[in-house]
Design a protein around this ligand. Sequence first.
Ligand code: FMN
Length: 326
Amino acid sequence: MSFWQTLHKPFFVMAPMADVTDPAYRKLIATVGKPDVTWTEFVSADGLYHTREIKKMKDEENPLMRDLQFSEIERPIVAQLFSSKPEMMDYASKLCAELGFDGIDINMGCPDKSIEKQGCGAAMIKNPEIAIKIVEAARSAGIPVSVKTRIGYNTEAIDEWIGMLLALRLPALTVHLRIRKEMSKVAAHWDVMPRIVKLRDEISPETRIIGNGDVKSVEEGRQKAELFGADGIMLGRAIFGNPYIFEVLSRGSDSQEHTRSTEYRLKALASLAHSFDELKPAKSFHIFKKHIKAFVTGFDGATELRLRLMSCENSNQIAKELADFI
Ligand SMILES: Cc1cc2nc3c(=O)[nH]c(=O)nc-3n(C[C@H](O)[C@H](O)[C@H](O)COP(=O)(O)O)c2cc1C
């Protein structure tokens, strides 16, 4: 039995978000309020093969390997991979199993042109034969393989595309409730979730369906799961600047007033700065600046504090600026 089968419904998972859910931010979230399942940012399977086997890069110096760091407190954690070449997926998923990941998730929804050009992400929706081969290749690692996708490419294709993925009897399927063409520009189509759940009941009753799109809190997620029938809810952009978002899961109460205070958030930012120094994820400084923007906003003095933090050179200076402000 895989860990997916042990989760209580509705369960809540952290969305993979490139340059946001880096190892340092994931560790902070796991410390202050853990989701039921954690995802890494997406990582190129081809890139892992190329940097390790062709360029012979040392793992400590390899930015892709640094993105795959995780701490035990994040478990269960799945590594999200993308590739359109089965032999690369075979290589990368075995590597992730060796690294101790609890599962592999395959990205079949990313609309980014540079990803689609490689036949990956949402481009998979147009090429189901390759999608099947990629899932089969990932399964060679012997750990659970899930998929994250959208409800279609240019038009809604739930019966064909989601139906085909369900026929693969995945342990979990995350559905971002938009078609590729819509990017994230229209409201997510939660109204189609009951159809997806019905299809799941018919084709693959064991598959956990995770709904994704526009959910802003655990409380809203609970309502959506109840109303539309999803087994789990994935939260993405709501995590920006709010590492406490999953805290209510362990506390039992729905009130998050205390963690919304500026002091709470700034203390969390100081602790994030230390994790960045310790873990040194790829593109550290660039990513940390994004976190500063997301955390230091919406209170008196935020603009000045942000400017001071942006010019700091290390985590001690950041911690001092934040302590002085608090
Ligand atoms: C900055 C950013 C980076 C993202 N990176 C990934 C990624 O690496 N893999 C993936 O499957 N989806 C990625 N997504 C999509 C999110 O996981 C999620 O599907 C989307 O944001 C919709 O959920 P939300 O409305 O809760 O944010 C990204 C989204 C954002 C905003």
